[in-house]
Design a protein around this ligand. Sequence first.
Ligand SMILES: O=C(O)C1=C[C@@H](OP(=O)(O)O)[C@@H](O)[C@H](O)C1
Ligand SMILES: C=C(OP(=O)(O)O)C(=O)O
Length: 451
Amino acid sequence: MDAVISKSWVEGRTRAPPSKSYTHRAILAAGYADGARVLNPLVSADTEATMRSVEAFGGSVERSTDADGDGDVTALDVTGFDGRPGVPDDVIDCANSGTTMRLVTGCAGLADGITVLTGDGSLRSRPQGPLLDALDALGGRAESTRGNGQAPLVLKGPTAGGEVSIPGDVSSQYITALLMAGAVTDEGVDIDLETELKSAPYVDITLELLADFGVEATAVFEGEDDDHDTADATGFHVDGGQSYSPEGGEYHVPGDFSSISYLLAAGAVAAEEGASVVVEGAVPSAQGDTAIVEILERMGADVEWDREAGELVVRASSLSGVEVDVGDTPDLLPTIAVLGAVADGETRITNCEHVRYKETDRVSAMAEELGKMGVEVTEERDVLTVHGSRTDLVGADVDGRADHRIVMSLTVAGLVADGETRVAGAEHVDVSFPDFFETLGDIGADVDLVD
Ligand SMILES: O=C(O)C1=C[C@@H](OP(=O)(O)O)[C@@H](O)[C@H](O)C1
Ligand SMILES: C=C(OP(=O)(O)O)C(=O)O
């Protein structure tokens, strides 16, 4: 399916979809528990892969829908496997979801037998090697069928826990996987980081959610580190023998700031003079991607965040290029690249090598696709520089690379490009923001979906 976008103004009130990262963790944590009710879940292709996984280990997931009959899922009632996952009857298909594959690898390490994980072509090309080595070091067995550190994966437990060392600059999801599983091992898990940690706020999300499920895990710091920024951690620790149990038996998922970034970007670049876009459901949480608010401010955008009300307002703004380090916030790169294309001057996106290990190499993808729209972009291994100017953007046929974030960010670029922009692979928004096109349409974007 293609999305065909014409230059348009946006204005109005909209709502953030629930967080993908919190939903994955909440479903799996409920699986590790006796069970729990997950309120305001994101139901998307990726989180459905995590639901299937919990079911494969012996749990169940029931959906409750709105009384108004619109089919919106308001809660997931998860029956858990209480820290002891069973051996799955079949291969688990993690589809396009890196989070599912990594977090479920940790869980598979607890099962007394073999678990096989696979996924789509993109997921089968992403790096799993360090996590497989960690599981081996903990006394389990973990193999890539092709011996290249990529899925399909064959995993054998059970592991009792122990000490592992792992790089921190490939994926923080390895740490999340080991902490979530480590809490229900006999001995607990000590993780020593071999390199600096990238995507650190995602580990903060994990620590926050674990605490809400009554599980204690901590970052380890060396020396005189007073500010205790997780990005500076040298390791992590979780005691074994813990039980997952959220207060009141339920957990509420906050709005998703990676998804919000497209709505804010749309408002900043395509709201008419005097008009605004308001995003509800923007409550503070551990999400690193809340940085989009500060990035927009630095670019000169007129944006206000009422944290108490969970409401963001952005107005028509003229933007200037800035330098942004995305070490903590890899998922913002496509949004920032588009903002940079519209802004005057140079936007340098630094510390971005790990953004190449996503659904696609997003550094190259944004350089090439924005290039097709007339934008001058310079790509280095760890830096993407966008030489922006609103007047340079021209509509073009671009490829969403079967990657939800590339599709959504190029759609936002299409709102300000001269002429028609056609983004191939529009259906992939179902990974994190299934209602993306409807939401944009509701605030005035001229977008048609065509087969
Ligand atoms: O743990 C998570 O929920 C995520 C961690 C990040 O990945 P890496 O840690 O692999 O950078 C992020 O890019 C991904 O979208 C979600
Ligand atoms: C990289 C992403 O997710 P995952 O790693 O779960 O595939 C993403 O949502 O941008």
